[in-house]
Design a binder for this molecule. Structure first.
Ligand code: THU
Length: 137
């Protein structure tokens, strides 16, 4: 699938402009290409109760589910200066859940796969193949 990184960056920057970040003053925008060709995006939404603030990726996966689901093929995240930003650890897990095989991320050290930024990840497959109640014997 053809990835237009410039288009993803434009979508991430547009999302960043909607950020609600009155506490950190650190707006973030994220955008991703879905396996059906659409683009989903999100911005961070902070809260007076600081710890419950939402990262941009939270909005993005909400947007993904709300607009038809699917798998993420490519991802781009920016800070308030439109520079590439690495997703935080929790958000790598959020992205992993919805990633297409070999999902690519634009990172501060070039394009990487989701497996490279979240090695040996825990995911849906572990629950399927894991030691659930009926496998314990
Ligand atoms: N932030 C994101 O939105 N995504 C990330 O992956 C990194 C951090 C936000 C959370 C908070 O609103 C602000 O950046 C400063 O931490």
């Amino acid at each position: 699938m053809e990835i237009n990184w410039e288009q993803l960056k434009v979508a991430a920057v547009a999302a960043m402009k909607s950020a609600y970040a009155p506490y950190s003053h650190f707006p973030v925008g994220a955008a991703a290409l879905v396996d059906d060709g659409r683009i989903v995006s999100g911005c961070n939404v902070e809260n007076a109760s600081y710890g419950v603030g939402l990262c941009a990726e939270c909005g993005l996966v909400g947007n993904l589910a709300m607009t038809g689901g699917g798998k993420l093929v490519a991802f781009y995240c920016v800070d308030g200066n439109s520079n590439i930003l690495m997703p935080c650890g929790r958000c790598r897990q959020l992205l992993f859940e919805h990633s297409a095989e070999g999902m690519l991320l634009q990172t501060i050290s070039g394009v990487k796969t989701i497996e490279q930024v979240l090695p040996d990840a825990f995911g849906p497959r572990e629950l399927e193949e894991g030691f659930g109640a009926d496998q314990r014997g």
